[in-house]
Design a protein around this ligand. Structure first.
Ligand code: PNS
Length: 165
């Protein structure tokens, strides 16, 4: 039996916490499809093609069974298109759990055949989020501990630090 999982998210941009979860999931599933949500209601810093390309660079060493694809609409429809029986989500802290539980139960209602699996990020990335990294970069702070190298470079190039007062 081939175990296929999708790992959906906004990934604007991918952080070390995301990459850690992708790495752990890549060891658990035969195929892992990282799904990048193209949400027309949001104004991301990186457009969908940039986010997909950055993630592809970051996961290149995880193996050919890890792929990256953009999607819009429901995560469960994306999972079904890929024949996935699992959705992977990362948990950094207890505070993530409530929203994640609601999402997992919604997805189960929509697609009872698909299970959500939660993976804990490494302790050192427990504080990392895409929005925090963008804020730190905005004010000229060092984001190298939060982001994979290519993402940190892309973020520095994208953001011109504002004044430090
Ligand atoms: O990285 P994020 O922003 O925490 O990821 C959230 C995401 C993309 C997983 C979630 O918003 C999602 O699944 N969106 C697709 C729409 C959907 O399926 N909604 C119903 C389930 S909550």
């Amino acid at each position: 039996m081939t175990r296929v999982a999708v790992f959906p998210g906004s990934f604007d941009p991918m952080t070390n916490a995301h990459l850690d979860v992708a790495r752990r999931a890549s060891g658990l599933f035969d195929q892992l499809v990282i799904g990048v949500l193209n949400n027309p209601k949001k104004q991301p810093l990186f457009d969908i093609d940039e986010r997909v390309a950055l993630i592809r660079t970051c996961v290149a060493d995880l193996g050919a069974h890890v792929t990256v694809d953009a999607f819009d609409g429901l995560t469960v429809d994306f999972a079904r298109r890929h024949g996935a029986g699992f959705i992977v989500r990362g948990l950094r802290a207890v505070s993530d759990f409530e929203a994640e539980l609601q999402m997992a139960l919604t997805n189960r209602k929509l697609a009872p055949e698909i299970d959500t699996t939660f993976l804990m990020t490494a302790l050192e990335y427990g504080y990392v989020s895409s929005s925090l990294a963008k804020e730190v970069a905005q004010f000229g702070g060092d984001v190298t501990a939060m982001l994979p190298g290519p993402v940190a470079t892309a973020l520095r190039e994208r953001i011109t630090p504002g004044p430090r007062v």
